[in-house]
Design a binder for this molecule. Structure first.
Ligand code: SAH
Length: 257
C-alpha cells in the first residue's frame, strides 16, 4: 500500500465501480495510445489495461507509487513515465502519435493540467477524468454562468465538453474536502482558426477584470475607434459565448495588424 501524501494531492479511489466507470469514459477509436496521469496504486489502470485495442502508458511523480506499480502491474513494463506531468514533453514521449489523456487527477494542479492539454491539443484528441467538482463545472460552464471563465472559453472552443457525473468525497482515501466531477473533452473536428497563445491572452485579459466592459478591460490592445464601436465592447466577458470570444479575438487580431 502507498501512504497518501498531501503535497502530491493523493486521494486514492476506494470504490472499484467508480474507478471502472471513469476508466470507461474514453470512447474514441481514432487513437491507439492512452496516457493516465497519476495512477497511484493503479485502481483505474487495471481497467484501462483490459482494453485490448489500446496501448496504456502511465505518468506518475511519486516514487512509492512507481515502486508499487512496477511490482503489481507487469503489463506496465517500459510504460511508466516517471516525473511531473506539467514538465513532460509529450512530443518527445510519443513522437508523431496522438494520445488520449485520462486520470483521477491530482487536484492541486487541476487547472494547469487542463491548460497543458489545451497547449497540446494537436496531440490529444480526447481527454477525460476527474477533478474537484467546481473545476469540472467551470470547464463545462455556459456563458452567463458565475463559474464561466477562461477555462470554459478555451476548452469549449477546441473541444466538445461534457460533464458526465459527480462523485462523493466518501469514495476516497483520505476523503477530499469537496465533491468531485468527471468530464470528457472530445476535440472538435473544426479547430479555431487563430493562434492559440494570442487567443488565450485576449480571453485572460478580458476575464482579469470580470466586472468591466470589454472596452475597459481590453484597453491595452489600443484598438481602433472603428472596432470599439462594435456593440460587443459594451459587454462584460461572461456575457460572451465561446464562439463570440473567438470572433472577438479574430477582430482584434485583424485590427492590431
Ligand atoms: N489515480 C489514483 C490516484 C489519484 S491521486 C486513484 O484514483 O486512486 C493523484 C495521483 O497523481 C497520485 O498518485 C499522485 O502521486 C499523482 N501526481 C501528483 N502530482 C503529479 C504530477 N505533477 N505529475 C504526475 N502525477 C502526479
Amino acid at each position: 500500500m502507498v501512504t497518501p501524501k498531501k503535497h502530491l494531492g493523493q486521494h486514492f479511489l476506494t470504490d472499484l465501480n467508480i474507478a471502472k466507470k471513469i476508466a470507461s469514459t474514453l470512447k474514441g477509436d481514432s487513437y491507439k495510445k492512452i496516457l493516465e496521469i497519476g495512477p497511484g496504486m493503479g485502481v483505474m489502470t487495471q481497467f484501462l489495461l483490459e482494453r485490448k485495442d489500446k496501448d496504456v502508458y502511465v505518468n506518475e511523480i511519486d516514487k512509492e507509487s512507481i515502486e508499487y506499480l512496477k511490482k503489481n502491474f507487469p503489463a506496465l513494463k517500459n510504460k511508466i513515465i516517471e516525473g511531473d506531468f506539467l514538465k513532460l514533453d509529450l512530443e518527445k514521449e510519443f513522437p508523431g502519435k496522438e494520445i488520449a489523456v485520462t486520470g483521477n487527477f491530482p487536484y492541486n494542479i487541476s487547472t494547469q493540467i487542463v491548460f497543458k492539454v489545451l497547449e497540446n491539443k494537436d496531440k490529444i484528441p480526447e481527454f477525460s477524468g476527474m477533478f474537484q467538482k467546481e473545476v469540472s463545472e467551470r470547464i463545462a460552464a455556459k456563458h452567463g454562468n458565475k463559474t464561466y471563465g477562461i477555462l470554459s472559453v478555451l476548452a469549449q472552443n477546441y473541444y466538445d465538453v461534457e460533464y458526465l457525473f459527480s462523485v462523493s468525497e466518501k469514495v476516497f482515501n483520505p476523503p477530499p474536502k469537496v465533491k468531485s466531477g468527471v468530464i470528457r473533452l472530445t476535440r472538435k473536428e473544426k479547430q479555431p482558426d487563430i493562434e492559440y497563445d494570442f487567443f488565450k491572452k485576449v480571453v485572460k485579459t478580458a476575464f482579469n477584470q470580470r466586472r468591466k466592459t470589454l472596452r475597459n478591460s481590453l484597453k491595452s490592445y489600443n484598438l481602433s475607434d472603428n472596432l470599439k464601436q462594435d456593440s460587443i465592447f459594451a459587454k462584460r466577458p461572461e456575457q460572451l459565448s465561446p464562439e463570440d470570444f473567438l470572433d472577438l479575438a479574430k477582430k482584434i487580431k485583424h485590427d492590431i495588424r
